[in-house]
Design a protein around this ligand. Structure first.
Ligand code: BG6
Length: 474
């Protein structure tokens, strides 16, 4: 059975900051009007950024504290998802909404009730749940006191959080994802792991890999705990995929591609799916003077508790070359322009065949069920007479869905679900903007938090609804 779904992430959607009681790393990121590198700037977590974000007189706007006001609109939004007809809803938990500092023994009941509504609604309406336990946001207390995931103690704090989640909602979840896009911890380290960028020197590669290693251990221990508590549901790994092409047939371009793909795309999923560090990391660590303290117990855990399925985000493809060439943006990365492709206003290159290629490559590598946990088109929309006409998004869906079908039916890839990103408009994670929308439901809010935050169905809502109705028995 194939599932068609939609997704949101806590920090980008919920808001409800005043009742949360604790801050996380996303709450510290201000909206900065876009210039060429705004996407990168707003992702840099520094001590200065954190201090500024705590000042009451600060005039900057912090969009992740508002999200798209899901906390207030959740009932209405869930009804919209039901009307849309999605078969699986991917959402994430805000760690700080449940455990404000990340160290408490008892959760914040306000947060528990908020999530109860979502689990209950989905269960009652037979919408399967794909739960992201942690989507980038790390409790700020853990970052400031412990250094975030650079510290091994994080594993235990994460497990305490996981244990509560398993005991409260464990029976309701079909697909578990301990970490969103775990490979972002390498190429965008100040985003996902709570690593603070030093003021002067660049980040320490050692710290980046220590953080990732601690997340790998937490991932394995979470699966171990779930088994101990008889939690049903499958556990997945998720990576951000880039579908690399060499710019030319020059052997050097192709070899560079192989190395980029290994480190940016495959490394984390190789560890989580295969249960051990891949051979190519040995020389990488040697060349970058990384010395990890991998204990015998860690090695056993990774090997004994690999993930059951692989999932990935895919928005656009990338190009690799050893030469100087024109650049463009991609998901959390900068890449080389592909002369054969069009791009979104944000420079992300639109490539439906890249999705089919990625499905084949991922399935070929891990030979287990594959889920497309994120895909969609970030674009500006205009609300006029209570309507949003978004043919560009419909085209994007249509062309990508056709390639999924080909991967499934012609290539025999075991692909189990497609989850459309930001199904209800949410704040962009990369650029902190509201302008960059993915939803089939429009939310009337702007980059600086002005607006009614009322919901409107876009043309793509009706298109996706009809599509699901005619493909719900796949
Ligand atoms: C993924 C993230 O990297 O890409 C999401 O998991 C994010 O949180 C999505 O929203 C799209 O990126 P952006 O920057 O357009 O929001």
């Amino acid at each position: 059975m194939f599932l068609w779904g939609g997704a949101t992430a806590a920090s980008q959607y919920e808001g409800g900051f005043s009742v949360k009681e604790g801050m996380d790393t996303q709450d510290c990121r201000p909206y900065l009007p876009r210039n060429n590198n705004a996407t990168v700037q707003t992702r840099l977590l520094t001590k200065k950024v954190i201090e500024e974000s705590k000042q009451e007189k600060n005039e900057l706007y912090y969009p992740f504290r508002v999200g798209t006001k899901g906390y207030e609109h959740v009932k209405e939004d869930l009804e919209l998802l039901k009307e849309l007809g999605i078969q699986v809803y991917r959402f994430s938990l805000s760690w700080t909404r449940l455990f404000p500092k990340g160290i408490e023994n008892e959760p914040n009941q306000e947060g528990v009730h908020y999530y109860d509504q979502i689990f209950d609604f989905c269960n009652k309406n037979k919408i399967k749940i794909f739960l992201t336990m942690n989507h980038y946001a790390v409790p700020l207390y853990l970052v400031e006191q412990y250094g975030g995931w650079t510290n091994r103690d994080m594993v235990q704090y994460y497990l305490n959080f996981a244990e509560f989640v398993f005991k409260r909602w464990g029976q309701s979840v079909d697909y578990w994802l301990p970490f969103n896009e775990i490979n972002a911890g390498f190429f965008s380290p100040y985003n996902g792991t709570g690593l603070i960028k030093p003021d002067k020197e660049d980040y320490s590669t050692q710290k980046v890999f220590e953080s990732l290693h601690h997340q790998f251990v937490a991932n394995a221990k979470t699966i171990q705990l779930a088994k101990k508590l008889n939690v049903p549901g499958k556990f997945g790994a998720m990576i951000s995929c880039f579908c690399y092409y060499p710019l030319t047939p020059k052997p050097e371009d192709n070899f560079k591609l192989v190395k980029e793909e290994q480190i940016n795309q495959w490394f984390c999923s190789d560890v989580l799916m295969r249960g051990k560090y891949p051979y190519y990391m040995e020389s990488f660590f040697k060349n970058h003077e990384v010395d990890l303290k991998i204990t015998e117990e860690d090695t056993q855990l990774l090997s004994n508790y690999p993930c059951d399925f692989i999932s990935f985000s895919y928005y656009s493809s990338s190009v690799v070359t050893t030469e100087e060439a024109e650049k463009t943006a991609g998901n959390l990365v900068v890449t080389t322009k592909n002369p054969y492709l069009e791009a979104s206003e944000w420079g992300w290159q639109i490539d439906p065949i890249g999705l089919r290629t990625t499905l084949n490559k991922v399935y070929d590598r891990y030979n287990c069920p594959v889920i497309i946990s994120e895909n969609g088109f970030g674009a500006k929309d205009t609300l006029e007479n209570n309507q949003v006409h978004d043919p560009y998004r419909i085209d994007y869906f249509d062309s990508h869905f056709k390639e999924i079908m080909k991967a499934k039916e012609l290539d025999n890839v075991d692909v189990g679900a497609y989850i459309a990103w930001g199904i209800i408009d949410i704040v962009s994670a990369g650029s902190c903007e509201m302008d960059k929308r993915y939803g089939v439901v429009y939310v009337d809010g702007d980059n600086e938090g002005n607006g009614t935050y009322k919901r409107y169905k876009k043309d793509s809502f009706y298109w996706y609804q009809k599509f699901i109705q005619s493909h719900n028995k796949m």
